[in-house]
Structure formats: C-alpha cells, structure tokens
Design a binder for this molecule. Structure first.
Ligand SMILES: Cc1cc2nc3c(=O)[nH]c(=O)nc-3n(C[C@H](O)[C@H](O)[C@H](O)COP(=O)(O)O)c2cc1C
Length: 412
C-alpha cells in the first residue's frame, strides 16, 4: 500500500516532519510512506495560475498515485499554517487530486492541545467541495508538548502514545480498504498536455523563438552553453562535450530528448532526415512537440506523455511495421526522472531489432517457428504480450498510438 505524508510545515526543522519520519520508519510493515514537502509550492494566487509548475504537478501526481494521504499539520494561531492552506488551495483550483482520497490527519504542536484546533479546521477544509477528500473519522492523533515527545533519535518516547498511533494507523489501513470498495477502482483523470510548450520550467530558455530554425544556436548563446573540449562533470564521469557527442552519436539507435514542458531539445544527429527511422531535421530542435507531429496524431502523442508523466506507465513501446519485412522497428518512450522521482521528460529511442534478433538466433542456433513469416509472425503475438506488459495498453490502443507517434516517419 502506497501512502504519501504531507509535511504541513515549511520550516527547516519541523516536529510534524519528525512525526511523519517516525511513522515511515516505525510502521513500514503497514505501508510504504513517501514524504511530500510543501516549501517549494508558491503562494496561491488565483490571478497567476501556476498549476502546471513542476512542484505543483509533482505533488498532484504523487497524491493521485497514492492509496491514501496522511497530513501532519502544525497549529499556527489556532488553525493550520498559511503554507499548508495555500497548497490545499492549489489542489482545489484547477486540479483535484484529493477528491475521494482517504486522508488521515495527525498533528504536533508545542502546547497541551496538540494541534486539535488546527485539525478540526483541516477536517472542514478537506470536506470543502473543491477538495472533497474522504477524511477518516475519529482517531485524532494529537501530539501535544512536542518538544518533549521525541528522543534524540527522533523516536516517540511514550509507550501509550506509540500504541495509540499504531491503532490509528491500523484503522487507517482498514479505512482505505473500505473506501476503495465503496468508490470502486478509479483511474485518476489525467491532465491535458500542452503540446505547444507554452509553460515554463526551470530549464526553459526564455527570449528565444522555439520555432526558429536556429533555436539551438540562439539558445546556446543565451545561456553561454559550453561546447567542444570543455569538460562537463556528469553523475559518475567526466567528459568533454565532444566526447559526450561521440558517445551519444555512437549509440546504435535514434535518441530524442523532450523535456517535461513538451519541448523537443535534442536528438543524436548522425543521419540526414530521409535516412532516419523517424525523420528529424536539425531545425526542429527547440520546437514544441506540437510542431514535430501532424495534428491528427496529437491525441495519441498526448496519451503517451500522460502515461509517462502520471507514472501510469514507465515506458511505452510501439512496433512500427511500415519499414518493410526486413526490419522490426520499435519506438520506445521511456519516462525520465530526477533523483526525487519527479518526471523530467521523455527519452525516446528508436531502433531496428531485426539485426539483434538475427544475431541472437545465429549465436544460439535457435529458430523461430512460423517459417518465412517467422520473425514477424512469432513475434506478433510475443510482441503483443510484451507490449501489454510494458505499457499495459491494449493492442487497439497501441495501434492508435503507433499511428500517432510514427506519423512523421510513416509519411517521411
Ligand atoms: C505564528 C505561530 C503561531 C503558533 N500558534 C500556535 C497555536 O495556536 N497553538 C499551538 O499549539 N502552537 C502554536 N505555535 C507553535 C507551534 O506549535 C510550533 O511552532 C510547532 O513546532 C509547529 O510545527 P512544526 O515544528 O512542524 O513547524 C505557533 C507557532 C507560530 C510560529
């Protein structure tokens, strides 16, 4: 069972964070708990919709994917902190990830009442129509006099408090199961994708026309990009930009990078467009994805990105049979994530598996059943199974996607 724990404080040092960390550590046999921080969420402002910003989309995605949510609220002036209220306003404005989500409230504060007034208010807020969470009744876990509650390892000291917390969490697990029976299996509504990349993420280069043929040259100048024999320190390596280019160009596949703002930023340019499995032109770099696909395929492109962004699928694989019987071309769409697991874009790699299959058969002496039609015939069903496993998509859905994503190359 996957639960997210929202730290209702934006303070560097927070007792409510300590409480959630304790729950994560102590009750790992009950559920997997991921903590969500709110300090990067901007202050809610109805006139400046930042729903699509990375921190809000991340919290949205994590809540949508979770079976339940635990909110640990501090008490500020007898209510919940403004920072937490602001987050709940974003989550009830244009997106509603808490809708019908089982929620448990806990709280820690300095004084005897242990955040009881804040918890009461939070209950009311979570019941508001735009939020519409399903809050577990009773089982109020109030941790008063919090300064004395934890030992120096961050563990609760009082046995009775631990037992009560344990019983509340047991009940929350049962509560989640009951809610899921009442609500039935529910797929979260996926947000529409902005294929025109009109948004902005931290790495978006501003002030350069995305549609310009020389976007790369202009953008590189705007950010003082390094090139040639300048060294770049990578996660586990040190290469010059030239070495990085040689390395990527030697990959036996066509590689494309589109960021989380749906902007096409890179491909390993080794062949002219007409010789590629999926044609790309140097001038396309920098374009929004809408410019890279025919309009008829937008629905399918959007579907692929939605699956990857939402985490419904980690990868989508599509066989494109239009290259003839001698090739088995697969477009692979792989979600990319940062170290915190946030979606940062798509790694698309396209390759012809046929030489690999041939090599495998030669090395192993194995044959494919099905004669002349062997490879495609045998793999047709294998592929359907494999695709289902990877993408979870039905064959029919894949066909649609295939039309979409291969649109450029089919025509090109
Ligand atoms: C502006 C402000 C108002 C506060 N009001 C209350 C209050 O009404 N009741 C209470 O028990 N504690 C109150 N406190 C103390 C909090 O309980 C304490 O700061 C607690 O550590 C906050 O939780 P955190 O450590 O997770 O940020 C207040 C603190 C601040 C900064």
């Amino acid at each position: 069972m996957k639960i997210v724990g929202i730290v209702g404080s934006n303070a560097e040092v927070s007792y409510n964070r300590t409480l959630l960390q304790y729950i994560k550590k102590q009750f790992d046999y009950l559920f997997e708990l991921e903590l969500i921080e709110i300090k990067d969420i901007p202050l809610f402002n109805q006139s400046n919709d930042q729903t699509k910003s990375v921190p809000i989309q991340n919290i949205n995605r994590k809540i949508m994917q979770a079976d339940g949510v635990i909110i640990a609220t501090p008490e500020h002036n007898h209510t919940i902190p403004a920072a937490l209220k602001s987050v709940l306003e974003w989550l009830s404005f244009n997106i509603h990830p808490l809708e019908n989500k089982p929620v448990m409230i806990v709280g820690a504060s300095y004084y005897d009442q242990g955040s009881s007034r804040a918890q009461l208010h939070l209950r009311q807020i979570l019941n508001a129509p735009g939020v519409h969470a399903i809050v577990m009744p009773g089982n109020e876990f109030l941790l008063g006099k919090v300064k004395e509650a934890f030992d120096n390892k961050g563990d609760l000291k009082d046995k009775g408090t631990i037992e009560f917390l344990s019983s509340c969490l047991d009940k929350f697990v049962q509560f989640i199961k009951v809610v899921s029976v009442i609500e039935g299996p529910k797929k979260p509504a996926l947000e529409p994708e902005d294929l025109y990349a009109t948004g902005k993420i931290e790495t978006t280069v501003e002030g350069v026309d995305m549609y310009a043929d020389d976007w790369l040259e202009q953008a590189a100048e705007a950010v003082n990009a390094v090139e040639g024999d300048t060294y770049v320190k990578l996660d586990r390596g040190l290469l010059t930009v030239d070495q990085l280019n040689y390395f990527l160009a030697s990959m036996p596949m066509e590689l494309t990078f589109a960021d989380s703002n749906n902007q096409f930023l890179y491909y390993n340019h080794t062949l002219p467009a007409e010789e590629m499995l999926a044609s790309r032109n140097p001038g396309q770099v920098g374009n929004p994805l809408a410019k890279c696909h025919p309009q008829a395929s937008f629905k399918n492109v959007e579907w692929v990105i939605q699956q990857l962004r939402s985490g419904e699928l980690d990868a989508v694989r599509v066989n494109v049979p239009t290259h003839g019987p001698d090739k088995f071309v697969v477009h692979n769409y792989q979600a990319m994530h940062d170290k915190e697991g946030n979606y940062v874009g798509i790694n698309e790699y396209i390759l012809d598996f046929q030489p690999i299959i041939d090599w495998y058969l030669k090395q192993t002496g194995k044959t494919l059943e099905g004669g002349a039609d062997g490879v495609s015939g045998a793999s047709a069903s294998d592929h359907a199974e494999e695709s289902d496993a990877v993408s979870g998509a039905s064959v029919r859905e894949e066909d649609e996607v295939m039309d979409a994503v291969s649109g450029a190359s089919v025509k090109g």
